[in-house]
Design a protein around this ligand. Structure first.
Ligand SMILES: [Zn+2]
Length: 58
C-alpha cells in the first residue's frame, strides 16, 4: 500500500511511495531536518505522520 510521510509541524511531504520505509531512513534522507520548516526530526515516530493513501476508484 502506498504511504506518505509528512512533517508533523508544517505538513511538508517527506516521503511518498509504495514501499513502507522506516522513519529513520526517511529522516536520514532529509539530513535530519524538515526542508521546509527546519524542524529537527528525531527518530521518534511522533515527529512524523504516516498516512496511507486511499486510491479512489473511478
Ligand atoms: Zn516541517
Amino acid at each position: 500500500m502506498p504511504q506518505t510521510v509528512v512533517c508533523k509541524q508544517c505538513g511538508h511531504l517527506l516521503y511518498k511511495g509504495v514501499e513502507l520505509k522506516p522513519p529513520t531512513e526517511i529522516i536520514q534522507r532529509n539530513g535530519g531536518v524538515c526542508p521546509r520548516c527546519g524542524r529537527k526530526l528525531t527518530f521518534r515516530i511522533e515527529d512524523v505522520e504516516i498516512i496511507p493513501i486511499v486510491e479512489e476508484a473511478g
